[in-house]
Design a protein around this ligand. Structure first.
Ligand code: UDP
Ligand code: UDP
Length: 477
């Protein structure tokens, strides 16, 4: 408190954002930065090097568009990949960031002194590296959870199961996990690597969820009408359990102009020529590669469904590794067949530009959390086809909210034990259902209306931000 007689000068609120690897994480952090910079000072911590080209490109476009946001470089310490139990480059990067943060984060945050830092907002799998640092700096810390509130309920529930390890977790429940307040999570929807006791994913999940009560708050890109049950349940838990962090539904996040990419001109031109709501858009996000067998079956299914389609093929997890052209990957014969009604590309597209195009009527999606929210914003109904990680849990959100449908019998993607190629006839049938169902159209329209309301000026999203920023300001006094 200022001495009486002295003028109280509130230092400016200064937020540092610390995302992790991959576009699905970077994009929501950048959109959050853009929302926050209207009200406070923002510093973005950027990891070098990035895994994908898409990330480094987007970061430079972001800083050109938002010169008022400060950039601080977080230069990764070398990591021996043989010490990491994963082959996925993004997960190896997560681990590299976790390990580097133990050494580098404290001096980096201490150097952000003008004005002094008010709060750190960071990625969930950094909790165990970040907590000792923010505790010693006495800095409030918040998570931006880059998935759904339902997935967060699942994550936050793990420490309450009587086992602290994934080995015990596997046997701790039967066919489904009953989490108070939300529909049960069947064993078949649990991220596969969580059931593999020594996986890096399981290690992060258990270590970090156990420290959740040291987090001051959690931001999620969602809104009440999309996930009423999960948000209520989380709120109830906060009321009844000391130390459980408050959850702020700060969505929907919207695409910003700097995200536009030139590569998409041909796509836009093609869409301009298609009739209204006639096209099904097919994409599995930024880091889900499908097997060649599945890709070909999917292509045949799209031809069979009879609808026009725009398909973004992904053959490799990381964009830099994509070497072969689309003809090579799906085969020339199939490519020829697809030309009649489809446009097939194999590069980064401007997804929101596509979803907002009037020609697009349906979306076959892996149900990554960002993709789900983007489809909701533009009122494009979803056929969720979860391939990995949180995606089956998100697919429940798609169905329960009315944003679309999913087929539970379609297994996980990839090449693990549970992998089974989904056949063309089934794909064609479900795509037809997606495009033809009137009730789906009505339901997604309702969800879209709610998203618009949440995002309007003075709506719940703005109010959630004002509440957060006020809280951060108070901590500054
Ligand atoms: N995205 C895009 N163009 C692409 C692929 C993905 O703009 O070609 C964007 C998409 O709009 C979303 C993000 O990348 O904002 C992917 O996040 P999501 O949570 O859907 O899935 P992830 O890629 O993390 O699996
Ligand atoms: N993953 C992996 N190796 C690991 C841990 C995870 O390959 O040791 C992959 C997993 O196969 C899936 C993704 O990470 O592709 C699961 O991540 P999830 O979607 O749950 O997390 P998110 O990226 O949405 O935070």
């Amino acid at each position: 408190m200022a001495d009486s007689g002295k003028l109280l000068v509130r230092p400016e609120t200064h937020v540092a954002l610390f995302p992790s690897a991959g576009m699905g994480h970077l994009i929501p952090f950048l959109r959050l930065a853009a929302l926050l910079v209207r009200h406070c000072r923002v510093t973005l911590i950027t990891t070098h090097p990035t895994v994908s080209l898409a990330e480094s490109n987007l970061i430079s476009r972001f800083f050109s568009a938002f010169p008022q946001v400060s950039q601080v470089s977080f230069d990764l310490l070398p990591l021996d990949p043989s010490t990491v139990n994963s082959t996925d480059p993004f997960w190896i990067q997560f681990e590299a960031i976790r390990r580097s943060a133990v050494h580098l984060l404290s001096p980096l945050l201490s150097s952000l002194s003008s004005p002094p830092l008010s709060v750190l907002v960071y990625y969930v799998f950094l909790i165990s590296s970040v907590i000792p640092v923010v505790e010693s700096l006495r800095l409030p810390n918040y998570i931006l959870f880059v998935s759904t509130a339902r997935m967060f309920s699942f994550f936050a529930y793990l420490p309450t199961i009587s086992t602290a390890s994934s080995a015990g977790f596997v046997s701790a429940f039967g066919d489904a996990l009953e989490i108070p307040g939300i529909s049960p999570v069947p064993r078949s929807s649990i991220p596969p690597l969580l059931l593999v006791p020594d996986s890096l994913f399981a290690h992060m999940f258990f270590t970090d969820s156990a420290m959740l009560n040291k987090v001051d708050g959690v931001l999620i890109n969602t809104f009440k009408e999309l996930e009423p049950e999960a948000l209520n349940a989380l709120n109830n838990r906060k009321q009844s359990e000391q130390g459980f962090p408050p959850v702020f539904a700060v969505g929907p996040f919207e695409r910003l102009e700097f995200e536009e990419v030139d590569q998409c001109h041909a796509v836009s031109k093609w869409l301009d020529k298609q009739p209204e709501e006639s096209v099904v858009y097919v994409s599995f996000g930024s880091r889900t590669a499908q097997s060649r067998d599945q890709l070909r079956e999917l292509g045949e299914g799209l031809v069979k469904c009879g609808y026009r389609f725009l398909w973004v093929v992904k053959d490799k997890i990381v964009d830099k590794d994509e070497e072969e052209g689309v003809e090579m990957v799906v085969g020339e014969e199939l490519m020829e067949k697809m030309k009649e009604k489809g446009l097939v590309v194999k590069h980064w597209v401007d997804q929101e530009k596509i979803l907002s195009h009037k020609a697009v009527g349906g979306f076959v999606s892996h149900s990554g959390a960002n993709s789900v929210m983007e489809a909701v914003i533009y009122g494009v109904r979803i056929l969720a086809w979860p391939n990995n990680g949180d995606q089956r849990i998100n697919a429940d959100v798609v169905e329960e909210s009315g944003a679309g449908i999913w087929v539970r019998s379609w297994g996980w993607g990839g090449d693990g034990d549970h992998y089974e190629v989904v056949k063309r006839d089934e794909i064609a049938e479900k795509v037809r259902e997606l495009m033809e169902s009137q009730s789906l159209k009505v339901k997604i329209g309702r969800v879209q209306e709610e998203a618009k309301k949440a995002a309007q000026v003075g709506g719940v999203r703005d109010r959630a931000f004002m509440e957060l920023i006020e809280m951060w300001k108070m901590k500054n006094l």
